[in-house]
Design a protein around this ligand. Structure first.
Ligand code: SF4
Length: 294
């Protein structure tokens, strides 16, 4: 095993552990704010239980939800970084090790034979989303994605004439249809354009944008606020038991589209919005971005 393979593997194991045990600060703060501002008694009780669960998981160093998800990684790799060809193998080994060491629930099942691989790997899984950048730094984000929120993701091939109002209706209908299933309050990623696959990829990736970071495009920032307010006026509330907080945030992205197509994708992330990021420098030093590591 090369040095870079070892560093990537060790870092990815740490990232998976950090992700499943400790939510990023922006998510914790959004849940605390929701608890303070929630007016429904049932909603407040649910948020209180969620906050206690988060605290207990950190104290006991144990996963905060029993569903530790399907393992997805986002890799932003500097084109000059060494050992890029070894990264996928290292991420697979990290997933196997993390499954045993943390432990994670073995979730990967063959869709035809129903056989569980037992170690959270399998065909295309862990899935690695690649982005090649300038430079020599490798940034890795671990994104364990739970099944409940994944089950309600939705893609619509709208007609171009439906435009932004059609998009808003599609998103709110998806949130209403999802109801309690994605364990609200959720984060909702929305993307328009590209094609069916591109829209869903962008919608999902937008779930990684911190809740306290507003969209750099003012028009999209406005759309995010409008969708956030509309989603929270549905009354679905925490865990679907009624209340003000159905979502913690809505994130919007887009790609240019074919004139005849208007794909809209809606990706859901549950309150257990787990993600952890680290940067690996060329000298092998690791900087953790989303979590404090002693
Ligand atoms: S949707 Fe999220 S919080 Fe709910 S059970 Fe699945 S992973 Fe856990």
């Amino acid at each position: 095993m090369t040095t870079i393979e070892r560093v990537v593997e060790d870092t990815a194991v740490n990232l998976l552990k950090l992700a499943v045990v400790q939510l990023p600060t922006d998510v914790k703060e959004a849940l605390q704010r929701a608890y303070k501002e929630e007016t429904s008694e049932a909603g407040k009780v649910q948020l209180d239980a969620i906050l206690k669960d988060i605290e207990l998981a950190e104290k006991e160093n144990t996963p905060l939800c029993q569903d530790t998800g399907i393992i997805i990684f986002y890799v932003k790799a500097g084109a000059d970084a060494k050992g890029l060809d070894k990264i996928e193998v290292a991420l697979q080994s990290a997933t196997r090790r993390a499954t045993k060491e943390i432990p994670l629930r073995p979730n990967t099942v063959d869709p035809f034979t129903q056989k569980n691989a037992g170690d959270n790997t399998g065909r295309y899984i862990p899935y690695v989303n690649w982005q090649i950048n300038e430079g020599d730094v490798i940034e890795i984000t671990a994104f364990p994605k739970g099944g409940g929120s994944e089950n309600v993701c939705s893609i619509g091939m709208l007609t171009p004439g439906e435009g932004v109002n059609g998009l808003k209706k599609f998103v709110i209908d998806a949130i209403l249809k999802a109801g309690a299933m994605p364990c609200p309050p959720t984060i909702v990623g929305v993307a328009a354009g590209g094609g069916a696959d591109i829209a869903m990829k962008l919608a999902k990736a937008s779930l990684l944008r911190p809740l306290n970071e507003s969209n750099p495009n003012p028009e999209l920032a406005k759309l995010e606020t409008q969708l956030y307010e509309a989603a929270n006026s549905t009354g679905i509330g925490p865990m679907g038991l009624g209340g003000k907080f159905t979502v913690l945030g809505v994130k919007v992205d887009y790609a240019h589209r074919h004139p005849a197509s208007y794909p809209v994708a809606v990706a859901f992330q549950c309150w257990a919005a787990r993600r952890a990021t680290a940067r690996i420098k060329p000298d092998g030093k690791v900087e953790y971005v989303t979590h404090k590591v002693r």
